[in-house]
Structures are given as C-alpha cells and as structure tokens.
Design a protein around this ligand. Structure first.
Ligand code: PLP
Length: 389
C-alpha cells in the first residue's frame, strides 16, 4: 500500500474543471450543452502574440531561461505596471511564473504552516482555501457580501487579524462574484493595515483590465506604504485570452524575491521560453484586442444580468468587473449544488454552484459570460423553461 503524506488529504480542487469534464462528456453523447461554467475568455490570443511565439521558436529560443523570466519580459512588465498602475517597479522585483495560480501557490506555501492563519475571500477562487489547508495553516474566510455588491467591509476584515495572521488574500475584480471593491474601502483597509506590519498581503489582480462602467482599477501596488508587505499577482491569462499559455507574474517585496525565485527553481525552473516572447508582444503590442474583448464582455454582462433577473427565484447584482455573474438563487428553493446539476443535466447549461467557491457561496450560482450573446440568450431561455415547467 502506498502511504501518502497527510496533507494530500487536505488538498481541494477547482470544481469548474469537473463541470467542464461532465459538460464535454454530455456533448460527446450528442447533447447540446451551452458552457457558462469555465472561466476563460472565448476569444483567441491576438495574432501578433502568436506570431511572436512562433518567431521565438524559429529564432532558436528553445532552452532554459533565467528562473524569474528573461529580462526584456520583466522590463516589459515594469513598463506595463507604470502604464496601468502608475507605479515604478524594478524588474528585479518581478518573477514570471507559469500562470497566475503559481504565484498564489508560492505565496501561501511561503507563509502557511500549522499555527499560522491566512485570510482569504469567501466566496472566492477555490484554490486559496485549498492550498491554505494543504499548507497546514488555518483558513480564515473574509466574507464578501451581496448587499455590498460583493465587496468586503474593511473594518470587519481588520478585526479578524490576530497575531497569528501571516497573509491576507484579496481579489478585485473578483472570481466568482464579479465584485470590484471600491477605492474608499481599500483606502480604509490599507490605513488599518499600518497597525499590522506582520501581515503580508497577496492582491490577486488577474482581472485588473476587465472592469466596467468607467471604473479604473484600484491596485494595491499604488499604496507605497504597503511596499514591504505586498505581493501583487497578475498575468496574461484573462487580459490577452492566454489561459493555455501559462503565463503569470508577481511583484514581490524585496525581502521575498529570493524565496520566490528559489521556489521557482525548485518547481518549474522557468516559464516556456517562446511563451515569454509572446508575453512581451502582448504587453507592448496593440491593445485593441483587449478593448474589444472587454467591450464584448460588457454587452454580454448586461444581457445576462437582465435575463437572470427576469427568471423567477433569481436575483442578480450588476458585476463591476471580470466576466462572471453571481445570482442569488435562494428564491428557487433549490440549493446551489442541486441547481447546478439540474441546469446541466436537464437544461444543458453548464454553470458552477456557489458552494464550489466556499461555504458562503451557498444560495448562489456562478455564470461565466465568456460566451456569445446568442448562446447566453439561449441558455437563459432554457433555464426559464426549466424553472417554470
Ligand atoms: N486568480 C483568479 C481570481 C482566477 O479566477 C484565476 C483563474 O481562473 C487565476 C487566478 C488563475 O489564473 P491562471 O490561469 O493564470 O493560473
């Protein structure tokens, strides 16, 4: 009998991938499934980005690169941070990793151990809680509230900090709620954090460019008083429709760069070399593709939110960012997991139960609207027919 380490039993998962597998199995059986489950843009990576990778391969970029990423890429990230967040960052503080997830894995492993507490958004990206539990630390949920458009209450978050708190994870715009935390709330949080210099902050800003209604993204990087505490997570997956390329980066505080680089050396050595050249092209090339993708998401957002609000038993807030709608479904009288199952099996619409994003997701369902308006309208009609039938 193989004997696994005890911590393996504490590792969770991301249910969206299970829903995707079931949706694909049903499609293979000949069922017509509309996939509003998986959280990835339905657009192709811009052509000039693909070209840059092909060119890099032809130019012979086939070997290992420096572990934190090639310097021209880290310089491009630094220029991008100046453009979009108005902050000057040395390329030495940037570590490029295979996807946004790797930064969160490293940050949580760096701080997590039995006796430590790590705070994370709930409902939130499921990997936070999973990896916190894996590390042996205590996972402390910070509630995101429907009545606040899924923002947190900064004072409530600050009150949860104890001497054992090591890391506070934030995510705005957020998965699964689409919530974008208002600047005043972040200001309040940062002011309060001055009294807790022992707490590191991991700000997951992977949806930073996908914001609506003229919102400008509020980055934690723009608060110089957090410079020694902040790990900023971003990447190429969502902004440039590059989920399969596995490209992400973080800005680390000076004291943590060596640890982050060591974790990279121990884990993946470096990111795929050609993908790194594609990453430069994405950041430095034309941004029209990003703008038109966000424009399309915006239109779909209105269609899905209006449509969901017209379904009996559903009530849905207008999300401020990302590409998710997170309606409250308590009025249907069905719990989230059961409704996810009925929507998929009986209506042919793949969604993800709110409980896949934590305990506080009960009573909600996540819809990814990274799908065409036609498909969204067809899905809404099917759901309406199911619930009314
Ligand atoms: N952070 C959040 C909040 C996400 O929703 C996701 C992906 O869904 C990630 C990070 C991971 O991104 P990547 O695919 O680049 O690892």
């Amino acid at each position: 009998m193989l004997k696994l380490s005890e911590k393996m039993s504490r590792l969770g998962t991301e249910t969206a991938f299970e829903v995707l597998a079931r949706a694909e199995a049903l499609t293979r059986e000949g069922r017509d499934i509309i996939n509003l489950g998986i959280g990835q843009p339905d657009f192709k990576t811009p052509e000039h980005v693909v070209e840059a990778a092909v060119r890099a391969l032809h130019d012979g970029h086939h070997g290992y690169t420096p572990s934190p990423g090639i310097l021209p890429l880290r310089e491009a990230v630094a220029r991008d941070l100046l453009t979009w967040r108005g902050v000057e960052v040395s390329p030495e503080r940037i570590v490029v990793v295979p996807g946004g997830k790797v930064t969160m894995f490293f940050a949580i492993l760096m701080f997590g151990e039995p006796g430590a507490e790590i705070m994370y958004p709930n409902p939130g990206f499921p990997i936070y809680e999973s990896v916190i539990e894996f590390s042996g630390a205590t996972a402390v949920p910070t509630p995101l509230l429907e009545e606040r458009d899924f923002s947190f209450d900064a004072n409530a978050v600050l009150e949860q900090i104890t001497p054992r708190t090591r890391l506070l994870i934030l995510n705005s715009p957020a998965n699964p709620t689409g919530g974008a935390v208002p600047k005043e709330e972040i200001d309040r949080l940062v002011t309060g954090l001055a009294e807790h210099p022992h707490v590191a902050v991991l700000s997951d800003e992977i949806y930073s460019r996908i914001a609506y209604d003229g919102r400008t993204h509020v980055s934690l990087l723009a608060y110089p008083e957090l410079a020694e505490q902040l790990i900023l997570l971003d990447g190429w997956s969502k902004t440039y429709a590059m989920t399969g390329w596995r490209m992400g980066y973080a800005v680390w505080p000076k004291a943590l760069i060596e640890g982050a680089t060591r974790l990279a050396v121990n884990c993946h050595s470096c990111v795929n070399a050609a993908a790194q050249y594609a990453g430069i092209a994405a950041l430095e090339g034309p941004q029209e593709a990003v703008d038109s993708m966000v424009g399309a998401f915006d239109e779909r957002r209105r269609v899905i939110v209006d449509g969901l609000n017209a379904i009996p038993g559903f009530r849905c807030r207008m999300p401020g960012g990302a590409f998710y709608a997170f309606p409250n479904i308590t009025g249907t009288g069905v719990d989230a997991r059961a409704l996810q199952g009925r929507l998929l099996e009986e209506a042919g619409v793949a969604t993800v139960a709110g409980t896949s994003f934590g305990r506080l997701g009960e009573g909600f369902i996540r819809f990814s609207y990274a799908n065409s308006v036609d498909n969204i309208e067809a899905a809404l009609a099917r759901i309406q027919a199911l619930l009314e039938g």
